[in-house]
Structure formats: structure tokens, C-alpha cells
Design a protein around this ligand. Sequence first.
Ligand SMILES: C[S@@+](CC[C@H](N)C(=O)[O-])C[C@H]1O[C@@H](n2cnc3c(N)ncnc32)[C@H](O)[C@@H]1O
Length: 287
Amino acid sequence: MSVEGSSADLEAARKRSKAVWDDMAAGWHDVSRDELWECSRPISEWMVRKLDPKPGETVLELAAGSGETGFLAAKLVGETGRLISTDFAAGMVAAARERAAEMTITNAEFRVLDAERMDLETNRVDGILCRWGYMLMVDPSAAFAETRRVLRPGGRLVFSSFAAADRNPWVSLLIRILVSQGHLPPPDPEAPGIFALADPNRVHKLVTAAGFAELEIEEVAWRWRYGSRDAYWRFMTEAAGAISPILRALPADAQTAVRNQLHEAVQPFHAGDGYDFPALCLNVVAQ
Ligand SMILES: C[S@@+](CC[C@H](N)C(=O)[O-])C[C@H]1O[C@@H](n2cnc3c(N)ncnc32)[C@H](O)[C@@H]1O
């Protein structure tokens, strides 16, 4: 299951999520340009290596954020090929367009597109990338079915989501603190959120139900490094999706209490002036 309730409830959940990510766009653009992209690049390189796009092909990136993963593919499809870089948050699409200009990417187009209902023709693209997107979608079954529809027969989907909470202390320690202080209800493992696709069995079920026959699921480890304590806190308050508005809405004393407790909890990962966290993703290739 995804979000429970009527179609009006689903629609309201989508609207809330879109507003959150529009609000995150500036923060995501800044962190992606700096520390996050350098650390997380191995995930994107893995994805693009597995997609293996050829010159002249069309690659679609879903939930692209500021677009860097797709830009790796844009270089490989060359001037005769095309990248369609998309996100449902207009602010993110604007960030990706700006980033492409900085990186002189000239074979990409940018669209606001909801992955759960894509305004794209059937069999339109040769390959699809989605890094850290499906796990957040209100109805992942709809998103995978739409993905299958717009992907040509034989085309490949490559995506990444986060593996289990205990393998991603950079965020799970904060979630635990927010729950323990009553600022967040205990997370439902299948509700949209960072760990919604952490279970490989659930991933397998969702992806095969959408009509993909062959599936490869691999755990890919990386390190999430923050140069300073402030950079870590800034990420959490300005770019961490649904968590950031919760932190920002706390009264100053409650926010300080969370920050102090978090500081204690992440001591084992202290490195230099900042932090060096292990992180683990579940990366998937489907065909
Ligand atoms: C964690 S960010 C990841 C951004 C980028 N893929 C990256 O790896 O840096 C999640 C992104 O998913 C987008 N998103 C969430 N639900 C979506 C949906 N239904 N359709 C399209 N984009 C969606 C958000 O707007 C946000 O940009």
C-alpha cells in the first residue's frame, strides 16, 4: 500500500509533497552543487553505467531534482540524442535548467512532470533514470506502471532508493529523535518517505507488477560527508524533504533541544570539523 484513503486524500498528499519539494528547491540546488553531489556521485555513476545509454538515444530522468544524474547520461547520448529532465516541482525544474546551463549541457529539455501520471507518449523513451524519487511517491504502483508505459519495449529502467534505516544513520538518528520528542509520529514503513522502498521484496513486487520481467537489485554503499556541523544542520533544515518543514516549524527552544540531542547521537561519525556517515542505497535495474 501507499497512502491510505480516498482519491481526495491521495490528491491532498500529492499537493503537500509538491509544496514541500518546491520549498526545498533552492536548498537542494545549493547542496547538490557542493558536498552532496561529490559524495553521492558513485550512486549516479553506477546508475548510468547500468543504463548504458547509446549515442542518439532518448533518456528520461524522473524526479530529477537539480538534474545531475541525467546530465551524466546526456553526455553519453551526445548531440544526436536527448535527455528529458523532469520533476513535479517547478522550482526543481528551474534549478535543473540553471545547473545545465552552468555545465553547458545543450541536448536536454526540461519539463514539469508528475511521475505518477506522465504527459508523455507510450514507448517514447529508450531509458529511464530515477534517483531517490519513487520512494517519495504517493502511489508508487501508478508511477511504475507509467514508467513501463513510456519506456519502449526492451528499454531499461535504473533507479535508486535508500536501504534500511539502520544503514543510514545520517537521517535515521534525527527521525528517531523527532519521534522520541513527539514532533513526528512513528514512521509507517510503507508510507511515502525516505525508507518506503528499503525492502527489496516490496521493490520486487511493485516493479514486476508494473510489467518489468527482469530485475537486478544491488546494495550500493557510499559515504555522506558534511564539512561542518552547520552544513549538516543546514541540509536537515533546508533540503531534507518532509523533515525540514517540521524542524523549521519548531519553537526555538525545541529546535535547540533537537539539535543538541542530534549532536550527541551523531558523535560516532564526527570527522574533522564535520561528519562522515555511512550511507546505503538499494539500486535497481529493470527491463
Ligand atoms: C530526494 S530529491 C532527489 C532529487 C534528485 N533525483 C537527486 O537524486 O539529487 C526527490 C525529488 O523527487 C521529486 N518528486 C517527488 N515526487 C514526485 C513525483 N510524483 N513526480 C515527479 N517528481 C517527484 C521531488 O520534487 C524532488 O525533486
